[in-house]
Write a protein that binds this ligand. Structure first.
Ligand SMILES: [Zn+2]
Ligand SMILES: [Zn+2]
Length: 83
């Protein structure tokens, strides 16, 4: 199974980051993993997440944490593939 760590921000959002691939994902062309994902660490952050900071500096919108959380989850996964 692949190992992930999660950052929990003071705004309540969380972001997952890939820590290491399992050999299944490593051997897959797109590094997709079809087995269990294991959360290795959870880091509590004293700051707000980037999207909340960006959101607040531009305009105020209703709470859309769910949408943002799933969006950043995708970004993190894609980002991790380039390592
Ligand atoms: Zn895996
Ligand atoms: Zn946030």
């Amino acid at each position: 199974m692949c190992e992930y760590e999660e950052f929990i921000f003071s705004c309540g959002c969380s972001q997952k980051r890939l820590n290491s691939y399992c050999h299944l994902a490593r051997n897959d062309l797109n590094h997709q993993c079809f087995s269990i994902k294991k959360l290795r660490h959870v880091w509590e952050q004293q700051t707000e997440c980037k999207s909340c900071i960006a959101k607040r500096s531009s305009y105020t919108v209703p709470n859309q944490q769910g949408a943002f959380a799933s969006g950043s989850w995708q970004q993190q996964q894609q980002h991790a593939q380039y390592r």
